[in-house]
Ligand binder design. Sequence first.
Ligand code: WTA
Length: 720
Amino acid sequence: MGKSVSKKNKKPAPKAHANSAANAKSAPSQKLNEAQIAVHWREEESLQPQASFIAQANLVDSAVVDSFSEEHFPECFAQYADLLDWDQYWHTTLDTSKPPFWKWFVGGKLNVSYNCVDRHLADHKNKAAFIFVPEPEHEAPQVLTYRELYVRVNETAAMLRDFAGLKAGDRVTIHMPMIPELPVTMLACARLGVVHSVVFGGFSGEACGTRAADSGSRVLIYADGYWRNGKWIDHKGNADIAIEHAKKEGQEIDKVLVWRRYPGKTSSEAPMIIGRDFFVDEILQNYRGKIVAPVSLDAEAPLFLMYTSGTTGKPKGCQHRTGGYLAYVTGTSKYYQDIHPNDVYWCMADIGWITGHSYIVYGPLALAATSVLYEGVPQFPDAGRPWRIAERLDVNIFHTSPTAIRMLRKAGGDEPKKYNYHFKHMTTVGEPIEPEVWRWYYEVVGKKEAAIVDTWWQTETGGFLCTTKPALDPMKPGSAGPPALGIYPIIWDEEGKEVRAGSGAAGNICIRNPWPGIMQTIWGSPERFVTQYYKKYNKDPQSKDWRDWPYYAADGAVLAADGYYRILGRVDDVINVAGHRLGTKEVESACLTLPEVAEAAVVPAVDDIKGRVPVVYVSLKPGIAPTKQMQDKVTATIETIIGKIARPKTIHIVSDMPKTRSGKIMRRVLAAISNQMDTGDITTLANPDIVEQIRIQVQGRSRGPVKEGPEDIKMFGDER
Ligand code: WTA
């Protein structure tokens, strides 16, 4: 069950917004509505986009905005679908006959790779689709034109079909870094209707194996290695671990296709298994110049799976559809990323996350954009790197996360001033951004010239849900803004009562309507799809009316009087680390694989750069000593099972966990201790004394000042 905003507020609400209605109720009261978490930000000033930006923007016509109002739903989304080339036009825009398994553009047929590549050849064959920037600065950028992309996608598709035996509907797992061969492989899959599941390169081999097994992939696609932070990462060995692990979970993998970062040269120490592992550059020799007709696919055919963390230990495969997804990311790339034919667009996300799928690969390519693809980390070899890339390639649209912005600000707050680049537009995505960080982004990175969009959305939602319309809406630091076109959000409290605009209270943000970018289902778990996202606010499971099936996002939010949404963070057991989702249960399960560990609890702690980081509490089985070696073992286990991104900030070995009388671990109390916050009422615990003991262990004997703490930590997961 998803936790909700309300649960944690078993104590009186903290300070309320200065002019909020909730203020009146902020006196301590046990009866206080639990969802009435008061927020205490001051209202930020609004900033207007530059006239020069407005003059060239794609979305300036208020008639377009009006055409997406609720009375025009769902037909309004035909405007997005009309940006694509269809082999066969659809007959029904939205089919709601089996809620919440919506169908979009029913009867339509199209091919994603045709829309992202082939159709641009007539006008743009010599235009750069990607400019690949290797991390080592002495390696020159490499340009991939649309024509070259076409050739490579076709050859790769021929190899996948004729050598690997893949066909429409098969799943394939791709575990690759940020090199051009990654989008080439994805597009080759899309050309055939093969469902790709890209696993973020930084995940461990074991995490890849689990995902490959869940998706039923029998082919893995790898890279031998890549550059990251000045180091060569030997990646191929992860494939061997993945295969072994998938086998344990019942999935045989019979082929591994390995792209070499330097074709013709062996750069990985992992052995190649004869008959199973193949270097792609060698196999492709047999497919030179081959053309594969794009398979005409049903609009509802699955395009890809993207695994993400949820409230259970097992990551879930969000299944995205062909027509609706491509339409949604194309429309939102046009209006919110403001991509024009002559722009140079750089989204610094990794393609292994949803941002990369939607806003590096599919949306921008459907618009024939020129995108920068950067292999490495932003601050390598120094914090001036992104601005040197921007200057050299004349990037004018820039897209990144608050974690990257915080890091670049800390490592080189004045660096952007040294470079002569000009951004017309910038994006922040993935986590809440602090207003002062936003202002540095605006003033120093954007030189007060760029329009900024703060886009709120999720792996599940395919594309943006809340964002300002860059030429039409003022920017407000720290707020995502109004809903995206055709999205009708609402905030409810636990009882389903609407939390009104300007009330200063927070609640659970939901989207009342379906939209084309929403996932189709969870791969192999349709029941989980319904319970996770729709059950909470559905009043009539028999209803065929979409109005009865609001999408529950598991984020807390506040709606200001001006209609701007401010996203507070997750209200379930997910920690947003550097903009990446980590399930606390996943990390706990990893700890519990160690025979010495009796219990494990993972909580978020505030971090200046990454936003939140996991802190691990473990108790050991009787007779096991709480040593440094034991702590290291827990860290190593987490890195093996999930990957380095899950590495905890601290591991506390405690003698016991704070528990309810029914024996459930009180994670909320541990989160409060790790963040110097008030632990609230602990008198009802089975073992209240342990709380002070753990507090001293973590904070030292003298208690520091108790902090107010951010909302998401106040909201953090209770006993489960
Ligand atoms: C958070 C990333 C505040 C949110 C696209 C959501 C944000 C989770 C924002 C999804 C934003 C995303 N402001 N919080 N602009 N964008 N989030 O699935 O908690 O990796 O639920 O998708 O990130 O993360 P995911």
